[in-house]
Design a protein around this ligand. Structure first.
Ligand SMILES: Cc1cc2nc3c(=O)[nH]c(=O)nc-3n(C[C@H](O)[C@H](O)[C@H](O)COP(=O)(O)OP(=O)(O)OC[C@H]3O[C@@H](n4cnc5c(N)ncnc54)[C@H](O)[C@@H]3O)c2cc1C
Length: 477
């Protein structure tokens, strides 16, 4: 993002964006949305040929991080539009689809949303039931989608649906472009949420919804492959939003611990507080470094997908920790809404759930590490951490109970391996990005924490079995 755009965005947000008002009204005002349109933010990453600014993924992360410093609902509305909402159309749309939609999406006249989650298919996308069948040269769509961000604002939905037989694929999934105003689409009421209250979230029902064949994005039946790219962009921008939130929380915490005196000195003089804030500093630096490391791999889809998974998990967990610390250091005042800390905690919470629940992504990261090892030369800077990750991987594969690839069934161990991979990726990114003494200190802190995570033991299987049996029988202590 150019310095000019960044300062315009900052000026606008300082002037117009009031996070607590947005939270209280449960919506972003028309004038703020108009201002975002005038700044050209809804076209930021869309191609210049269709009226967008063609920003790179890296520039887009800076934009979303800046917005999130002021309000997470605003950042989510823009980020969803640029990521999940329009990425499929940009990457896989044909000329006529792009001509029809992109100019209005770039100007912000139309907002985009993305609908995958269903009542029976959240983390498990293989359970999708929404289906589009070929009828009379077109398609008929049936199904229900839940929790669609930008649902109440959007004029274009990218819908994931089963498309049996389409393009010759018996069990294929496709991404479909659907106009939510058309017959057969019912937009449900706004959801009431813990946080991100200004961001619109609705369900949709599709009942005998007739679509042209031209609604299919790219090759019919290739939705699963396209989702990798779309989700990578979504997770990248979500992670960028987390960096903005963490920065705001850390800045507020710092101001408070300087000013607030207890035991006759500022809170910052307390060694425990110094340790806590040093960790928050290191995490915030690691988040930014990992987001940048992922964003620069924009053109290398496998690396982008892997690193954006790590970034999503690391940044959402770290933002949760930093915002919680900021609230804690404010004491009682942190719990009062007017201070502006509670909203940061509430808004950050969902980032560990949406765009892939973290525990599901960690297991995927572990599976990925088991089947595709990352070359040593790429990770040389944090050799000790990487050795610990490799040792974990080797012992998992060598387990006589599940040798070799049968280790893919050991979900708890894969989850632990995923944790190690995510922390290693953050430590590598921070180590490479560190320039100043403070940044090197932060990278060192992340390395030692990554080592601890990589060598942490999992719970003994026998204890877990006993307690799971108790839970199955409905016993609680
Ligand atoms: C505010 C908000 C906005 C959203 N926006 C969108 C959107 O724009 N488009 C869209 O399609 N969806 C959206 N979602 C949906 C979101 O992506 C899903 O809620 C999420 O993927 C989790 O699915 P689920 O809610 O069905 O949880 P479930 O799949 O039922 O999982 C519940 C929990 O169980 C645990 N769990 C599940 N499986 C495993 C496993 N294999 N291993 C370990 N733990 C596991 C995790 O802790 C998980 O959080 C949004 C959700 C919210 C709350």
């Amino acid at each position: 993002m150019s310095a000019g755009l960044e300062s315009s965005v900052r000026d606008f947000c300082r002037r117009e964006v009031r996070a607590l008002d947005i939270d209280e009204r449960h919506s972003i005002s028309g004038s703020v949305l108009d201002g975002l349109r005038e700044l050209g933010l809804f076209g930021a990453t869309l191609p210049p040929d269709w009226g967008g600014s063609g920003l790179s993924a890296l520039e887009a992360t800076k934009l979303i991080a800046t917005l999130a410093q002021f309000d997470r609902s605003v950042a989510t509305t823009v980020g969803l539009h640029l990521g999940l909402g329009t990425r499929g159309l940009v990457a896989y749309g044909d000329r006529s689809q792009q001509e029809r939609w992109l100019p209005r999406l770039a100007s912000g006249e139309c907002l985009a949303a993305f609908a995958t989650t269903e009542p029976g298919a959240g983390s498990d996308l293989s359970a999708l039931e929404t289906t589009a069948r070929e009828v009379d040269g077109g398609l008929v769509l049936h199904g229900t989608k839940l929790y669609v961000t930008n649902g109440g604002l959007c004029s274009l939905l990218t819908v994931t649906a089963r498309t049996p037989g389409l393009g010759g694929a018996r069990h294929g999934t496709s991404l479909l472009l659907v106009d939510p105003q058309q017959r057969g689409v019912v937009r449900q009421r706004e959801e009431r949420k813990l946080g991100l209250r200004g961001s619109s979230t609705t369900a949709f029902a599709f009942d005998d919804c007739r679509l042209e064949r031209a609604a299919v994005l790219g090759e019919p039946g290739s939705g699963a492959r396209q989702l990798v790219e779309v989700l990578s962009w979504g997770r990248l921008l979500l992670s960028a939003g987390c960096t903005g939130t963490a920065r705001t929380a850390l800045t507020a915490a710092l101001a408070h611990v300087h000013a607030r005196k207890q035991f006759r000195r500022p809170l910052l003089a307390q060694p425990v507080v110094q340790h806590q804030l040093s960790r928050a500093w290191a995490l915030t630096f690691g988040m930014r470094a990992l987001v940048e490391a992922a964003a620069v791999r924009q053109a290398e889809l496998p690396a982008l997908a892997r690193l954006t998974t790590s970034a999503k998990v690391f940044c959402s967990e770290a933002a949760g920790w930093v915002t919680d610390l900021a609230l804690q250091l404010h004491g009682g005042s942190g719990y009062i809404e007017d201070t502006g800390l509670a909203i940061l905690v509430r808004d950050a919470r969902v980032t560990r759930i949406f765009e892939g629940a973290n525990d599901v992504l960690l297991t995927h990261a572990g599976q990925e590490a088991l089947t595709h090892s990352t070359p040593d030369e790429v990770l040389g800077e944090v050799a000790a951490v990487n050795d610990a990750v490799k040792a974990r991987r080797t012992s998992l594969c060598a387990d006589p109970a599940s040798p070799g690839l049968r280790a893919l069934t050991k979900r708890a161990e894969l989850h632990a391996l995923g944790q190690a991979v995510v922390w290693r990726d953050a430590a590598v990114a921070a180590t490479r990005a560190a320039r100043t003494p403070e940044e090197r200190a932060a990278a060192g802190l992340l390395q030692s924490e990554a080592l601890r995570v990589a060598t942490a033991a999992t719970f003994p299987d026998a204890s877990v079995e006993t307690l799971t049996t108790a839970l199955r029988e409905g016993m609680v202590p």
